[in-house]
Design a protein around this ligand. Structure first.
Ligand code: GLA
Length: 429
């Protein structure tokens, strides 16, 4: 661990104070889960197909202060959302299995559903929950619903708090699976395991490489710098996040699940053509040679999805090499190419995000940029030379404000562009 300026002592104190008031317990008894947001510089939209992705936690995220409730109640308040959430751990059922509840799913996509989802995930794998939590959750201001995985950070935070309160020892790998259950089964989003893997496995200064098919992962460090260098690699670059002002939950946007389906349709055609029709229809089951031999069979939109998958996997491989040799400019160029493929092949960038990406790419010191997350809302992420980060931020703020006066007022001015750094994985403090 190291280098993490988040969370600050003041943030922790404030949360302990609130939970102490809510529960009537001493502040010293309040534990806090710090669950970071993440970026995925390379490896976009291929996790759900079993591709290899790169990711990194940042030094911003979700804080969940909690105490064990001592009974079967979960009682929650939020820093971002109104109203309290209260339910019993023995009354949670999956809304996707229940027609009556499923019709309430939009309503249920309120912030409380992640806590219910965490209880559901743990119980569906027979984890023994004997008590709930009394907790207060809050995210870094202005950064919710922005394509930096606030939802996975929230899911992981509830899982870790419930596990801690119930003395359950759970590995990061098991929590990756639990969070998958929250998203895929409880919320009905057919996403992959990129987000929670980044949140649970990152380590400050390294890039996480995750094979989403085999679940093998490793942390990649740039090479050691000689003594004559005054700075470390992680001080050489900053992470710039530029927010579009578009916010909408992915489950409310059928575009995400539609793209997943299209990738599977492309996989089905390619697997059948290569005599492998019995394999699970995901693109990672298609050999590269088989893709090249049979891609002419794909309808134009399916051909584009497959092209994104195979070219993105290649960019990840090249990017990992560039990162391991400290070639941030080369790494940045690949990020930019990845962003272009998201627009042209995966066809998921909404207009404001595409415009924002173009602005970010013109900013001084930017090595490369793409939109973050699924690409239907949220922010653009860029790797920027640390010496130019402040200048790049003002440039983007000014240009985007001129171009999108309709969206910028929806953002707090300080949060149009945020400069942050790499961070550590989720932990209980
Ligand atoms: C969202 C999903 C992830 C991943 C990214 C795009 O964050 O939750 O599983 O597909 O989009 O790379």
């Amino acid at each position: 661990m190291g280098g993490s300026s988040w969370p600050s002592q003041a943030q922790l104190e404030r949360i302990r104070e609130i939970v102490s008031e809510m529960s009537g317990r001493d502040r010293e008894q309040v534990r806090v889960v710090a669950s970071p947001y993440r970026i995925c510089p390379l490896g976009a939209h291929i996790d759900h197909q079993g591709g290899t992705v790169s990711a990194m936690a940042i030094n911003r995220g979700i804080l969940l202060g909690f105490v064990p409730s001592g009974d079967n109640q979960v009682i929650l308040r939020s820093g971002q959302f109104k109203g309290g959430v209260r339910f019993r751990i023995d009354e949670v059922s999956c809304p996707m299995n229940n027609v009556k509840d499923a019709s309430k799913r939009d309503e249920e996509s309120n912030w409380g559903s992640y806590a219910r989802g965490a209880v559901y995930a743990l119980q569906s794998r027979k984890a023994c929950l004997v008590q709930g939590i009394i907790g207060y959750i809050c995210g870094t201001e202005g950064m919710d619903s922005s394509g930096i995985s606030s939802s996975a950070a929230v899911g992981v935070a509830y899982l870790m708090a419930l596990e801690n309160a119930n003395n359950l020892l759970v590995s990061p790998e098991e929590n990756i699976e639990y969070d998958r259950l929250i998203e895929n089964e409880f919320r009905g989003l057919r996403n992959g395991i990129l987000d929670q893997s980044a949140i649970l496995l990152s380590s400050y200064g390294s890039l996480l490489c995750m094979n989403c098919k085999t679940k093998e992962h490793k942390l990649i460090h740039p090479p050691k710098l000689g003594k004559k260098h005054k700075t470390e690699w992680q001080e050489a670059y900053k992470i710039l996040l530029a927010f579009s002002g578009l916010k909408q939950a992915l489950t409310e946007n059928s575009g995400y699940n539609r793209r997943v389906r299209e990738c599977q349709e492309a996989a089905t055609v390619l697997l059948r053509a290569s005599g492998n029709g019995a394999a699970e229809p995901v693109l990672s089951n298609v050999e590269l040679d088989a893709y090249h031999t049979h891609k002419h069979l794909l309808e134009p939109n399916l051909a584009k999805r497959a092209e994104h998958y195979f070219s993105e996997n290649m960019r990840v491989i090249k990017g990992l090499e560039a990162w391991a040799s400290g070639k941030f400019k080369d790494f940045g160029t690949l990020i930019t190419e990845s962003g272009l493929s998201s627009i042209q092949n995966y066809e998921c960038g909404s207009k404001p995000l595409i415009q924002l990406r173009e602005i970010v790419l013109r900013a001084p010191g930017v090595f490369g940029a793409r939109f973050s997350g699924a690409g239907f809302r949220g922010c653009c992420v860029a790797l920027v030379d640390a010496n130019f980060a402040a200048e790049a931020a003002s440039f983007v703020r000014e240009e985007y404000s001129k171009l999108r006066p309709d969206l910028v007022p929806q953002l707090n001015q300080e949060h149009v562009v945020v400069i942050c750094e790499a961070g550590d994985c989720a932990r209980v403090i």
